[in-house]
Ligand binder design. Structure first.
Ligand code: ATP
Length: 243
């Protein structure tokens, strides 16, 4: 299958000498185009480090990270900033919208930063898909948490990124709102062919993915395809996450 993101023997060590912590140990994995992948694991297992290395937010100590044909691990900060802006979308737990900008301005911000004109038809499609057509003139503070995350998802999609990374995208939402946002992410994968990879603590959130990768002590130790909430919770219990 065609992988959008490839990690090959990626290791990440924080610190040196006695205080060195191996956060990732030779992780090798490919994320197929048009797939929805969840990454789970106990606290401290390396989920954030995995996401940061895969998304070019942090550099591995060794190993290779590729987005398409582009090798990230040898890029400098300026190149990585440009790559993140043009080829990657991000959705964070805390939404990270700009409070002084309207919904429309927040959504199109990545394009303005890249000096690219918004495409009317595409903008209309994503605004409709995330259900914000009537809110384009609102500021983030005038929206609910779920609506704010929808703005963040629209913003993540606007530049037609090769992959959208989510860092606990439903972590700040109540259960019903979280389900709406997860359904939206699922639709974005199914209808637009978008590739989505998210880190989550929540087996319900993970059950919306095609595949769940399980990290423990810096290694991918298991994966489940077509996950159910029960199968995910059972794996997490086995990894000692809930004891
Ligand atoms: N900047 C850092 N400096 C030193 N050690 C770090 C740093 N960031 C992470 N670590 C260590 O690396 C390991 C993996 O951390 P990471 O944050 O990737 O785990 P996680 O699975 O995302 O955890 P959580 O679920 O608690 O957010 C942990 O032992 C952590 O203490």
């Amino acid at each position: 299958m065609n992988n959008v993101v490839c990690l090959d023997a990626v290791s990440k060590v924080y610190g040196r000498g006695q205080s060195a912590v191996a956060a990732l140990r030779e992780v090798t994995v490919g994320i197929p185009k048009g797939s929805f992948t969840a990454v789970m694991g106990p606290s401290g297992s390396g989920k954030s480090t995995f996401l940061h290395c895969a998304a070019g937010l942090d550099k591995p100590t060794s190993g290779s990270v590729r987005l398409g044909d582009t090798e990230l691990s040898t890029m400098n900060e300026t190149q990585l900033t440009e790559l993140r802006r043009e080829r990657i979308g991000f959705v964070f737990q805390a939404f990270n919208l700009v409070p002084s900008l309207t919904v429309a301005q927040n959504i199109t911000l990545p394009l303005r930063l890249a000096g690219v004109r918004p495409e009317g038809a595409w903008l209309k499609e994503i605004v409709e898909r995330v259900g914000l057509a009537g809110r384009l003139g609102h500021r983030p503070a005038q929206l609910s948490g779920g609506q704010q995350q929808r703005v963040a998802i629209a913003r993540a999609l606007v530049a037609r990124p090769e992959v959208v990374f989510g860092d606990e995208p439903t972590g700040a939402l109540d259960m019903m709102t979280a389900r709406d946002v997860l359904t939206l992410l699922r639709e974005v994968v199914n209808a637009l062919g978008q590739t989505v990879l998210m880190v989550t603590h929540d087996p319900i959130a993970a059950s919306y993915a095609d595949t769940v990768l399980f990290l423990a002590d810096g290694r991918i130790v298991d994966s489940v395809t077509a996950p159910t909430v029960e199968a995910v919770a059972e794996r997490m219990t086995r990894l000692g996450a809930y004891v």
